[in-house]
Design a protein around this ligand. Structure first.
Ligand SMILES: [Zn+2]
Ligand SMILES: [Zn+2]
Length: 327
């Protein structure tokens, strides 16, 4: 049984350039109704020394590191050891990603289109990846309020083009949470991961990201499945063969509603996107949260996208699944 849990996937503590102790971060994450938080300080895992499984008064922690170089940043979760980042160069990144995989790390490219030097040295992704097998996910949305950032549009489009080239890559969001929110309260996008038995631990998170069981949202959670003529059902990250399928999407507006409802979020339509092309647009009404469609699927990939109202604007992308792949 796969059950989805909600994560903040990219955070910093006092051990790098964040404001929080680990305990403060976990407590604040509980206020945002996350089920767990990945701690990804720049080039250190020292905040995690002596970590109890569940810090007192907060959510559980998934150990990670932000592999921070002059040529790009990677969020790496679950690695048992440090892999030295100092000598990685754009042309040699594949050696390093393989070394990270060898010590159990799951690898995501962080904020690939963040401004680079001189605003944020190394934040832009300049590494020349040849071996995409070693990359598990892309942080497609970074920061709260992702619509206002050009870098998120560019990252989303880049993810699409990589999928169209045949790579299997999950999508995540990361607040890149550094500390206390200044001014208006933020609405960080969240990443839901499909975990075996819903168990929150490092091995399960690694598996979910390697398999591509993820969902990114500013508001409602939704679970996608395709059922074939043989009665077998498949979800995000899985690979199916071409043929006839019944799509089912179950939208759940109850989870974390307290966090996102103040931002005027209301889903209105669901788009079924096949290899970058919209196959169908289904109207969505909260009183009928289960949508179905019969599809004849050709090779490529399929994901769902939810659109609707957001902070006074209409027809904004509110959520999207990682793809189901069609061989
Ligand atoms: Zn970074
Ligand atoms: Zn960061």
């Amino acid at each position: 049984m796969i059950a989805y849990k909600c994560f903040e996937m990219h955070t910093h503590t006092l051990h790098s350039d964040g404001d929080f102790t680990l305990t403060e971060l976990c407590a604040r994450a509980a206020d945002f109704l996350y089920d767990a938080v990945a701690v990804t300080d720049h080039n250190t895992m020292s905040a995690l020394d002596g970590l109890p499984a569940i810090p007192v008064g907060g959510v559980p922690v998934i150990p990670g590191i932000e592999w921070t170089t002059y040529y790009g940043h990677m969020v790496v979760l679950g690695a048992d050891e440090y892999v030295d980042w100092r000598f990685a160069r754009p042309e040699t990144i594949d050696e390093y990603t393989q070394a990270i995989k060898n010590v159990g790390g799951v690898i995501g490219i962080a904020h690939p289109f963040e401004f680079g030097s001189p605003l944020c040295t190394g934040c832009y992704w300049d590494f020349k990846v040849q071996n995409w097998e070693a990359i598990d996910y892309i942080e497609v949305w970074s920061d709260p309020f992702p619509h206002s950032k050009l870098k998120n549009h560019l990252a989303f489009n880049w993810w699409n083009s990589l999928l169209n080239e045949g790579h299997h890559l999950a999508a995540t969001a990361g607040w890149d949470w550094h500390g206390l929110e200044k001014g208006k309260p933020p609405l960080p996008p969240a990443t839901w991961l499909g975990l075996r038995e819903g168990r929150i631990d490092t091995a399960n998170v690694r598996e979910a990201l390697e398999r591509g069981r993820s969902f990114v949202t500013l508001g409602p959670f939704a679970e996608l499945s395709l059922t074939g003529e043989n009665g077998q059902s498949y979800g995000p990250g899985e690979t199916i063969v071409t043929g006839n399928y019944r799509l089912e999407l179950r939208v759940d507006e109850s989870r974390r509603r307290k966090v996102w409802s103040p931002f005027g979020i209301a889903a209105k339509t669901i788009r079924l996107v096949h290899r970058g092309t919209v196959l169908a647009i289904l109207p969505y009404h909260p009183e009928s949260p289960v949508l179905t469609a019969d599809l004849k699927l050709k090779p490529g990939w399929l994901r769902v996208e939810g659109y609707g109202d957001y902070m006074g604007a209409e027809d904004k992308l509110l959520f999207f699944s990682s793809p189901i792949y069609i061989a």
